[in-house]
Design a protein around this ligand. Structure first.
Ligand code: ADE
Length: 244
């Protein structure tokens, strides 16, 4: 997979994308991520990328042309049209299932907006999808683009090792993850649940499933509507509810 990020702050993106698991995936060539400075695509001698909005109003609007030139260059390099995502609070809120789908794409181009947004014509011309990372407004699309990139890259084949695998995680099966413990066995007079020390794998698995259900019910009951539950899970859930 290759991800191109068009931004006014490529260094900010590089700093984050060179760290941790995403940084390792890049070094190991499991993903290619290229950050482009939109300013490099202006013809203006002042490298201007924004202007005042037609019709008046406050703030500045990012111009369509430098973004389009950047997009065109990427199309030329990869030899096809990438899937274009514009990070915007007006987009569809990001969820794990969408990250999973996006991790199967070969080419993704992420556009980060700034100021009062981008000229609407770039959205209608090149954007396939607008994505939001939540109902709040940030100063720009860079942090959202980094969140999106991280959530996609970690799901790409070979990026996570077996021990880091995402299959037990919160949201993977529509439930929140069970609680985790590590050494020491007793910390501040709090004992690790006995079942986890038992070595009895079937009991541990049932306990974890039950904990996942309890947590989801307590913290995110809305998720239970879409969670895929076995008959046994449904019985356990009913039992948990009667015990509340
Ligand atoms: N740009 C500014 N705020 C944003 C948000 N919440 N999600 C995506 N892009 C944004």
């Amino acid at each position: 997979m290759r991800i191109d990020i068009a931004t006014l702050f490529p260094e900010m993106c590089e700093t984050v994308l060179n760290e941790s698991i995403v940084g390792r995936a890049r070094k190991n060539s499991l993903v290619e991520i290229v950050c482009h400075n939109i300013r490099d695509y202006t013809l203006d001698k002042h490298r201007r990328v924004d202007d005042t909005p037609y019709g008046g109003g406050k703030g500045m609007v990012m111009q369509a042309d430098p973004i389009f030139k950047c997009y065109q260059q990427v199309c030329e390099i990869i030899g096809t049209k990438p899937h274009v995502i514009y990070m915007s609070p007006q987009g569809k809120p990001l969820v794990q299932t969408r990250s999973m789908e996006l991790s199967k794409f070969e080419y993704i181009f992420i556009l980060c907006g700034h100021y009062e947004g981008v000229d609407e014509r770039i959205i209608t011309t090149i954007v396939d999808e607008e994505v939001s990372i939540g109902d709040y407004v940030l100063t720009g699309g860079e942090l959202p683009a980094l969140v999106l990139t991280d959530s996609i890259v970690r799901l790409c084949d070979g990026v996570l090792s077996d021990s880091e695998c995402f299959e037990q995680e919160s949201h993977f099966n529509g439930l929140l993850e069970y609680p985790q413990y590590t050494r020491p066995e007793v910390w501040q007079e709090q004992q690790v649940p006995e079942v986890l020390l038992s070595g009895h794998h079937a009991n541990i698995e049932s306990w974890r499933k039950e904990q996942s259900l309890i947590r989801t019910l307590n913290k995110r009951p809305d998720m239970l509507e879409n969670a895929v539950l076995t008959e046994k899970d449904q019985k356990t859930l009913k039992y948990i509810i009667t015990q509340k």
